[in-house]
Write a protein that binds this ligand. Structure first.
Ligand SMILES: [Zn+2]
Length: 261
């Protein structure tokens, strides 16, 4: 009997696939985090009929961390992983200067779509100013430099976890981050990922040549203008949601513990 109860609890605990596209519920959870961590939370724009939110420290986020998820709406372990991590670490969020975008494409999250309501891939629009909420985000960023920027994603072609590390200066973190994920999920075995050669299994570390990016993703924009270290985590979206969320949480945590004051 006891065992049955344990199993039942275990089944209740994982993030439900029926909840992970529920944007109002996600925002309610972030409001609780904002209260627990003493963060300011505000709707800074409208997109596709939804309010888009940001959270920031009461002090300036200068020198702290930039966290962003949900620019692709069909990658729910990203938005879910970020909120799960935040719910578990209000004290760290209270101490560490931060700027957080919990979901940059709410319409996409609700409709399980990579693109926004206009069919645009928002993660290819950072070189322009034609998407109002991306332009607004860039205005917020303008005065700030972050020691770390994390962009959370998933890959429906992924055979395992992989990480992009935008190369600026050693020591690099990529190899250790891959090792943190290894006990939790298979590591991507492909040597070519998105037409880029992986430096090692599960790791694409690269220097950025702006001329090769006619369409600038969020991570590249952060790297070029605002962040000392920039990572993109890609969990394989055909794997179980609970497993993907656990990996995102572990990687966010590993990075934050490294810079935590
Ligand atoms: Zn993505």
């Amino acid at each position: 009997m006891k065992e049955t109860i344990t199993v039942h609890r275990k089944l209740e605990a994982p993030p439900s696939p029926f909840h992970c596209h529920d944007y109002p519920r996600l925002i309610r959870r972030w409001r609780k985090v904002a209260r627990a961590a003493g963060l300011k939370m505000s709707a800074f724009a409208q997109a596709g009929g939804y309010e888009v939110f940001m959270l920031s420290s009461r002090q300036s986020p200068e020198g702290g961390v930039y966290l962003s998820a949900g620019i692709h709406g069909d990658e729910p372990a990203a938005t879910e992983g970020l909120i799960c991590w935040a719910e578990a670490h209000p004290d760290l969020l209270r101490r560490e200067p931060c700027l957080i975008f919990p979901c940059l494409n709410p319409w996409g999250l609700v409709h399980n779509s990579r693109t926004d309501a206009q069919g645009q891939d928002l993660n290819r629009t950072f070189q322009h100013d034609h998407v109002p909420h991306i332009q607004a985000l860039k205005m917020f960023l303008k005065p700030h430099r972050f020691s770390l920027a994390l962009n959370l994603h998933e890959d429906y072609d992924g055979h395992g976890l992989y990480i992009y590390e935008l190369e600026r200066r050693a020591p690099f973190w990529g190899e250790e981050l891959v090792e943190i994920a290894r006990p939790l999920i298979p590591i991507e075995g492909r040597t070519m990922i998105d037409n880029r050669r992986a430096s090692k299994a599960g790791l694409v570390r690269r220097k950025i040549n702006v001329n090769k990016f006619p369409a600038i993703p969020e991570a590249v924009y952060l790297h070029l203008h605002h962040a000392e270290r920039t990572f993109t985590f890609e969990t394989p979206s055909e794997f179980a949601l609970e497993q993907r969320v656990r990996v995102q949480v572990a990687l966010i945590n590993a990075c934050l513990q490294r810079i935590a004051r």
